[in-house]
Design a protein around this ligand. Sequence first.
Ligand code: MG
Length: 249
Amino acid sequence: MYTQTILKFLSDFDYINLHPRAALIDMDGTLYDSMPNHARAWRQMAAEIGIDLPEADFFRYEGRTGASTIDIIFREAFGRGATEEEKKELYRRKTEIFAEMPPVSPMPGARQMLEFLDAVGIKRVLVTGSGQSTLLNRLDEDFPGAFQKDLRITSRDVKIGKPSPEPYLKAMELAGVRQNECFVIENAPLGVEAGHAAKLFTVGVNTGPLRQEELSEAGADIVFPSMTAFSEALPYLIYGFITNSRNLN
Ligand code: MG
């Protein structure tokens, strides 16, 4: 299964095979259906400082740390970057608005995906640009046993964040795996870009309003239209990983 896709990936990065020991998994828009609330909270925070931006813009910034998103908004609106003080205060405000919104639900299909990975002995590593405790604190309740405490990368663990490969490289280090021993699960173009830049097999799961092509163009090796579709395909993808390798003769 997925032979062409897998062989193309192996040849692009010059790997012989892909034997997955860890899955590096994004949180917002991947595990939680949280992006509509995030986009609305960002839009409101920006409006409060006199910047009018459509919610769709924030789906494109998704994956960046809060500080980096605020910096971009400032550069576009005011022609200068945000100060550390502004970043801190405005991210606090955005977080406050988000926390007051109706609670978000786990993404349909996310639990099945995590349970399957667990059943076949693939470690789960959380890789999020978020530092928002609203969701981070709920992970253990919503996905019991899915993520060990020491296998989580959040905004606190990175300097640059997505779309830099940094968070994924750090996640590999945490899990103790090499590039051909893990794969990435992401919903956002910038997150996909980060996975691809880390030279990892990157699954794009399109759970939001963007076109599916935006994930392919960002470097996704394969794109699924929903988390449910991905969780149903996952056993076949893993089987494909294990059974396909490059013939170097
Ligand atoms: Mg995401």
